[in-house]
Design a protein around this ligand. Structure first.
Ligand code: SF4
Ligand code: SF4
Length: 306
């Protein structure tokens, strides 16, 4: 069964597939609670609301025995070259919305398993599942000091998704540490958001402010250090020695930039109408920041006083 799942997932474009034995995540939940108690989650209250379910996957799938973790590369070998008047978007957001693309792939794996009378429930970077913790337990990769997951082959330029199943499948071994003494990401973060190794304070993170925040203006610490990032921020990944920028490992066409767009014209983005925004970005991750968010981010990058 294990090799059938791996073969099927690889044929669908997943880069790595690992298996973890069901367990409650008591220590991981305690760590997350501490992070929330420090207000590092900013206003992302859904993280707090998901706590009870994150702790125990059997509340999501009755009789859960195994958690399967899938990694899918989005490394297209594209670098962010500075272009006058253009704003940067995080690599993961250049193509089509990964939630939809990966869910379609997981649906095929789920159908196969259900045909063998195995019950499944799957998630793509949403829902109350501790994806990064399961990635570590299953051996997909190690927790990185920038709080992402590092995989020896993929670096951190990959999407994570998980599938719960009610059958025991041989588990893989965790990967414990890949950062060693390196602190490059901590030093490179322009806003000091990595407050200590493995801890990111969202209230200082450009990704949080340019994607999740719904207010009208960005705070001074972000505007001053925005470096033309208008959707997300890849700085702490770009400096990581595990990320080989030129190593094209993505095989999914949908994750390549739509219309070859890797950067956005700042002036155009700061004046975009709601209709233009929807026409242009429907089905892409950028839609998450909403029309008002993209305008705000572009204006801020242009150093406009809003
Ligand atoms: S995404 Fe950017 S702002 Fe956030 S921790 Fe990484 S480097 Fe810092
Ligand atoms: S830059 Fe260094 S410390 Fe940061 S995630 Fe990469 S290896 Fe770890």
């Amino acid at each position: 069964m294990k090799s059938n799942i791996i073969d099927l997932a690889k044929s669908l474009g997943f880069s790595e597939i690992k298996f973890a034995k069901y367990q409650k995540l008591e220590q991981q939940t305690k760590n997350l609670k501490k992070w929330i108690d420090n207000d590092f989650h900013a206003d992302m209250d859904w993280i707090k609301n998901h706590l009870p379910l994150r702790d125990d996957p059997s509340l999501l799938l009755e009789n859960c025995k195994t958690v399967i973790v899938f990694a899918h590369s989005y490394n297209n070998g594209i670098d962010h070259l500075p272009v006058e008047g253009y704003g940067k978007i995080a690599r993961y957001a250049m193509g089509r919305d990964y939630h939809k693309v990966l869910k379609n792939k997981l649906k095929k794996i789920s159908k196969y398993l259900e045909s063998k009378k195995i019950k499944t429930k799957y998630f793509v970077d949403s829902g109350p599942i501790a994806e990064r913790d399961w990635a570590v337990i299953s051996g997909i990769g190690a927790r990185a000091k920038n709080s992402l997951i590092l995989n020896k082959k993929l670096g951190s330029f990959f999407f994570l998704s998980t599938m719960l199943v009610d059958q025991e499948i041989e588990a893989d071994s965790p990967v414990l540490d890949m950062c060693g003494k390196c602190t490059k990401c901590i030093k490179a973060c322009p806003t000091g958001a990595i407050t200590e190794p493995y801890i990111v304070d969202s209230r200082k993170c450009i990704s949080y402010w340019t994607i999740e925040y719904r207010g009208e203006t960005l705070p001074k610490n972000i505007t001053e250090n925005q470096n033309k990032w208008i959707f997300g921020c890849d700085i702490c990944q770009e400096v990581c020695p595990w990320n080989n920028h030129k190593n094209i490992l993505n095989t999914e066409k949908e994750f390549y930039p739509r219309d070859n767009t890797t950067q956005l014209d700042l002036l155009e983005s700061s004046e975009i109408s709601e209709k233009e925004f929807i026409d242009r970005f429907a089905g892409q991750p950028i839609i998450r920041t909403k029309f008002s968010g993209l305008k705000r981010n572009a204006k801020s990058a242009l150093n406009f006083v809003i």
